[in-house]
Design a protein around this ligand. Structure first.
Ligand code: CO8
Length: 259
């Protein structure tokens, strides 16, 4: 499939990389881009050889938000009935293999929300995160008021949603929004290193780990722990568990077959 708003490639045959590519608009997220992103991630998710995905942008912008020009004249009916706010964004959350956001430059509004929909964020030291929708007379619409407080707590989430201020990479790491911060020229190597490492693990265990961590945000502690325990039990039915533990016992590298 050919794309107009994203670039898609694979690395080492096992990591799928999507680069947002609307440079003139700082990768503003219009409907066509989000449809393409969803299609590309779904295709990687369905490809048995791919074990992890990366979504990234340019040095200047991961994404400066939803496309304000496209949204400016929407009526309530346009917004409510169309898939673009934000039903087509949900595809990203339905992907079962891990998705890493590699964020450089602006990650604002929908750009910050897109990064937070990914499983974890590796940031370049020039990254800037923000939910500036309040300045436009609206509020975040793709999970910003829900995922940001879960990531950084109420105080900073309220501060950002109500003032629209940006958080730099160092503050974002301190607050728990991003997992690692590296210089920009090391960002893709860092993300790729993590993605290749993940892709070499058992895909079944990786998917179960993602599902179980995500469950922590949907359930109470005892339900979450029970969910985890059942998945843990289930993994003993896989060949990969036998391989992983046999490899450890016999001091060799595991060779997972994703079975
Ligand atoms: N939408 C459309 N175009 C944009 C956007 C955007 N979000 N951001 C930047 N651009 C365009 C600019 O219009 C400009 O285009 P042109 O050269 O044709 O004038 C170009 O990108 C470069 O931008 P600037 O000249 O403004 O660059 P600066 O370096 O001066 O400033 C900023 C960079 C600070 C990032 C600034 O561009 C800015 O404030 N952008 C808007 C940020 C924003 O408000 N984002 C939130 C948007 S609302 C949203 O995301 C809601 C999500 C809800 C869910 C999704 C529903 C679909």
């Amino acid at each position: 499939m050919s794309y107009e708003n994203i670039e898609v490639r694979t690395e080492a045959g096992k990591v799928g990389i999507v680069t947002l590519n609307r440079p003139k608009a700082l990768n503003a997220l219009n409907n066509a881009l989000m449809d393409e992103l969803g299609a590309a991630l779904k295709a990687f998710d369905a490809d048995d050889s791919i074990g992890c995905m990366i979504v990234t942008g340019s040095e200047r912008a991961f994404a400066a938000g939803a496309d304000i020009g496209a949204m400016a004249k929407y009526s309530f009916v346009d917004a409510y009935k169309g898939d673009y706010i934000t039903r087509n964004w949900e595809i990203i959350r339905s992907v079962r293999k891990p998705v890493i956001a590699a964020v450089s430059g602006f990650a604002l509004g929908g750009g910050c929300e897109l990064a937070m929909m990914c499983d974890f964020i590796i940031a370049a030291d020039n990254a800037k995160f923000g939910q500036p929708e309040i300045k436009l007379g609206v509020i975040p619409g793709a999970g910003g008021t829900q995922r940001l407080p879960r990531a950084v707590g109420k105080a900073k989430a309220m501060d950002m949603a109500l003032t629209g201020r940006m958080m730099d990479a160092a503050e974002a790491e301190r607050a728990g929004l991003v997992s690692r911060v590296v210089p920009f020229d090391k960002m893709m190597d860092e993300a790729l290193g993590a993605a290749l490492q993940i892709a070499d693990f058992s895909q079944i265990a990786v998917m179960a780990a993602k599902e179980s961590v995500n469950r922590a945000f949907e359930s109470g502690l005892s339900d979450g722990v029970m969910f985890e325990r059942r998945l843990f039990h289930a993994l003993f039915a896989t060949a990969d568990q036998k391989e992983g533990m046999d490899a450890f016992v016999n001091k060799r590298k595991a060779d997972f077959k994703h079975q």
